[in-house]
Design a protein around this ligand. Structure first.
Ligand SMILES: Cc1cc2nc3c(=O)[nH]c(=O)nc-3n(C[C@H](O)[C@H](O)[C@H](O)COP(=O)(O)OP(=O)(O)OC[C@H]3O[C@@H](n4cnc5c(N)ncnc54)[C@H](O)[C@@H]3O)c2cc1C
Length: 466
């Protein structure tokens, strides 16, 4: 597009969204669009529509002018999914942040895509209900971003991923068409379930503008414990025991390999170990049910049995809200981990639980073979969901070194049928490795869908499949 066409497009967009709806120049570059600090806030303009209608009009103008766009949520994405190269327009949903309705009988909440996750959680709780998605970036991450990345988080083992929390959805297509599919029922098999096109597709098929979210009755009890074990087999046995003996109330099962745990404890004096140190694995366990006294007694009994059977070797149960928070603070202290392992790369993979210990060992050996003592690798994750996170440092943030690390982590997934992305998505970062987890026919169908919905390649160009 020439300079004249570009300035005509900006003038047309500006008259559509008003003065507060359009930013250019330094205002954009001051923004961070990568949580991990990668550069990429370089776009022609940042447009902030205040309604679906406005966004649709903006998209129609961009379609006519063949102008690419990058949707922006809360910028907590971890795979460079919202980077721009200087020729795109950012479309931010930040002014579309209203909670439109809560239906306490039907257990639904209707929201605009720019509303932060934490606000949704708080509004659901105030109505005596639960919004079941939870993750560390909750204060900034938006519902639109959560939908576009099909976010996972801490409670997937009980409630599933974001896909399971979305009943209906509205999206704006590449040519500005508004696709309203605001279903409010759990069951609706009237033809194709079109909302799925926009869940987990990272803004490459449409821009999510509104959603009907599924809420649940709020649990009335919360039991949290931290345990130590000496083998991965024991961790896997504990998980299955808890799932069956706690009667479906297991809410979180977060496993930490010893290297993760010891690095976090050494990196900050704000934590004290709730259990004896020196073991191979640690797990944070949480159950939520309907009666505090009864559930706490069953929780204690089940952990007591695991101790008697030598499945676990030590356990600490949180006796107060403050103690619970302290246990979660260990698991969530990624900031101190980043300082201890800088420059660090974060990985998010999934694979069958039975393959996990051997896979983690193969990755460690691969790193040591290539980078010797410079390689530092800690592992943790939502193991109940088959999800392992690695934080890896090889002492260099050079692109070629990081590429080699990624290849070591991802290529080992292919033989076990694992996924290079359990929950963070593909973005730009993982695109070169997609072939380790998706076959030729799968990638071809993704491209067919992309071409059908976005024939001019305007929506989040270059992300996921290029
Ligand atoms: C501390 C921390 C902990 C985290 N923990 C987890 C975790 O446990 N599980 C997990 O799954 N993720 C986790 N994440 C990642 C992140 O929070 C999620 O990916 C989140 O869903 C992204 O939401 P966002 O609004 O920040 O989206 P952004 O980062 O702004 O965007 C993410 C992608 O979605 C696209 N997008 C954004 N909004 C829209 C829209 N309205 N329509 C279409 N496309 C859009 C963007 O273009 C980009 O490709 C964590 C992040 C942090 C910082």
């Amino acid at each position: 597009m020439g300079k004249t066409e570009a300035s005509e497009l900006m003038a047309a967009i500006s008259s559509m969204v008003g003065k507060g709806g359009l930013q250019t120049g330094a205002d954009i570059r001051a923004r961070q669009v990568s949580w991990v600090g990668h550069a990429g806030a370089d776009a022609l303009a940042l447009v902030r529509p205040s309604s679906t209608q406005q966004l649709s009009e903006v998209m129609r103008l961009c379609f006519e002018a063949q102008q690419p766009v990058v949707p922006l949520g809360g910028n907590t994405g971890l795979v460079d999914g919202a980077l721009a190269t200087g020729t795109e327009i950012f479309l931010s949903l930040e002014r579309m942040n209203a909670i439109e309705a809560i239906d306490t009988a039907g257990c639904t909440m209707t929201v605009q895509a720019g509303v932060p996750l934490q606000i949704v959680q708080e509004r659901a709780a105030a109505a005596g209900l639960l919004f079941a998605l939870d993750l560390g970036g909750r204060g900034s991450a938006t519902i639109g971003g959560n939908i576009s990345t099909n976010a996972g988080g801490n409670q997937v083992i009980r409630f599933g991923m974001m896909r399971e929390q979305v009943l209906g959805l509205e999206a704006v297509l590449a040519d500005g068409t508004i696709l309203s599919s605001m279903n409010r029922m759990l069951k609706n098999n009237a033809g194709y379930d079109l909302k799925q096109l926009f869940i987990g597709t990272e803004g490459t098929l449409g821009i999510v503008t509104r959603a009907v979210l599924r809420l649940r009755p709020a649990p009335r009890s919360q039991c949290t414990a931290f345990v130590a074990a000496d083998s991965f087999a024991a961790i896997a046995t504990l998980l299955r025991d808890l799932e069956s003996k706690l009667g479906g109330t297991l809410n979180a099962f977060e496993v930490m390999w010893a290297d993760f745990y010891e690095t976090i404890l050494a990196a900050s004096n704000r934590h004290t170990s709730p259990v004896e140190m020196g073991h191979d694995f640690y797990a944070l366990i949480e159950a939520r049910g309907g009666d505090q006294a009864e559930d706490a007694s069953r929780f204690e009994q089940v952990l007591g049995e695991a101790l008697e059977q030598d499945i676990i070797v030590d356990a600490a149960i949180a006796g107060s809200h403050a103690q619970r928070e302290a246990l979660w603070a260990i698991r969530d202290d990624i900031d101190n981990l980043m300082k201890a392992l800088a420059p660090m790369i974060v990985f998010d993979v999934s694979l069958p639980i039975s393959d996990m210990p051997a896979y983690v060992d193969r990755v460690r050996h691969g790193l040591t073979r290539r980078f010797a003592d410079a390689a530092k690798c800690v592992a943790f994750g939502h193991v109940g969901d088959g999800n392992v996170h690695f934080c890896i440092s090889v002492g260099s943030d050079r692109h070629d070194a990081q590429r080699e690390v990624m290849d070591i982590v991802y290529r080992e997934l292919e033989p076990v049928g694992g996924s290079i992305s359990a929950e963070h998505g593909i973005g730009l970062e993982k695109r070169p490795f997609l072939h380790y987890s998706r076959n030729v026919a799968e990638i071809a169908l993704m491209k067919t869908l992309k071409n059908a919905l976005d024939p001019r390649g305007l929506l989040n160009p270059g992300k996921v499949i290029g």
